[in-house]
Design a protein around this ligand. Structure first.
Ligand code: 9WO
Length: 259
């Protein structure tokens, strides 16, 4: 996997990728991340990469020439045909499905903007897709680019380095038809500040533990992210567990568990 990041802050990107699962995957050569700085393509004595917006208003816009040269240099190093992606709040929502698709490809060129944005002609001529992490404004596209890299690299074969399956967790495709939120986790001690680990997890009944976890995931998802269940419905055991929970909740007057 060859990922290029076009950014005015290469240090920020490299530092963030030096840790944990992603850091190890890069160390092992599962992924290569290279930065291209538009400033190195600026031609004037001040190495200018921004200019005032046509039409007026506050702030600056990333000027097209150095940015175009940086994107072209990055795309020339990347495997042929990889998508050039601009991280912006105007993009289509990022998703686990997109991460999976990209993890099965040869690489990406990620373009991180700064200031008030990039010249629209760059979007028209050198961006294949605009992707958003959510409805908020940041000070640049580097953190969203890092989120995309993290989501993608951990899906590469061997990145997790043990028997753990990356699809077992929230938003994986493996479980119960619908994408469900994760269940609660506990470790020692068995009692912390008066709160005990649920009894079923203390015992060795693995079928009961699996069932408890699925039920917790289903109930959490129903409360916190009903949109995830509405999208696909629930199959088999997950559906039964939700029906069971809703019956108990109705019996108890609808104010169960502080959920
Ligand atoms: C700044 C600004 C100031 C006044 C009025 C409107 C404004 N919009 C912006 C703005 O969007 N600046 C962007 C900062 C320029 C491109 C990089 N930046 C960015 C990317 N902010 N947020 C993102 C982003 C990317 C992906 N998903 C969520 C947010």
């Amino acid at each position: 996997m060859h990922i290029e990041v076009v950014t005015l802050f290469p240090g920020m990107v490299h530092e963030a990728l030096a840790h944990g699962i992603v850091g190890r995957a890069i160390e092992r050569g599962l992924a290569t991340v290279v930065c291209e700085d538009p400033r190195s393509h600026a031609t004037d004595v001040h190495r200018t990469v921004d200019d005032r917006p046509y039409g007026g208003g506050p702030g600056m816009v990333m000027k097209p020439e150095p940015l175009a040269a940086a994107i072209d240099a990055a795309a020339a190093r990347a495997p042929a045909g990889v998508e050039r992606v601009y991280l912006s709040a105007q993009g289509e929502p990022f998703s686990q499905a997109l991460a999976t698709r990209w993890a099965n490809g040869a690489g990406l060129v990620l373009v991180a903007g700064r200031y008030e944005g990039i010249d629209e002609r760059i979007v028209q001529t050198r961006i294949d897709r605009e992707v958003s992490l959510g409805d908020y404004v940041l000070s640049g596209g580097e953190l969203p680019a890092l989120v995309v890299i993290d989501a993608l690299v951990r899906l590469l074969p061997g990145a997790l380095g043990d028997e753990r399956s990356s699809v077992e967790e929230s938003f994986g495709s493996g479980r119960a038809g619908a994408k469900l939120l994760d269940w609660p986790h506990y470790t020692r001690p068995v009692e912390f500040e008066g709160r005990k680990v649920p009894l079923v997890l203390q015992g060795g009944n693995h079928a009961a533990i699996e069932r408890w976890r699925l039920r917790e995931a289903v109930v959490r998802t129903w409360h916190r992210r009903p949109d995830l269940i509405a999208a696909t419905g629930l199959d088999g055991e997950a559906g039964e567990l939700l029906t069971e929970y809703l019956a108990e909740r109705a019996r108890d007057g609808g104010t169960n568990k502080g959920e």
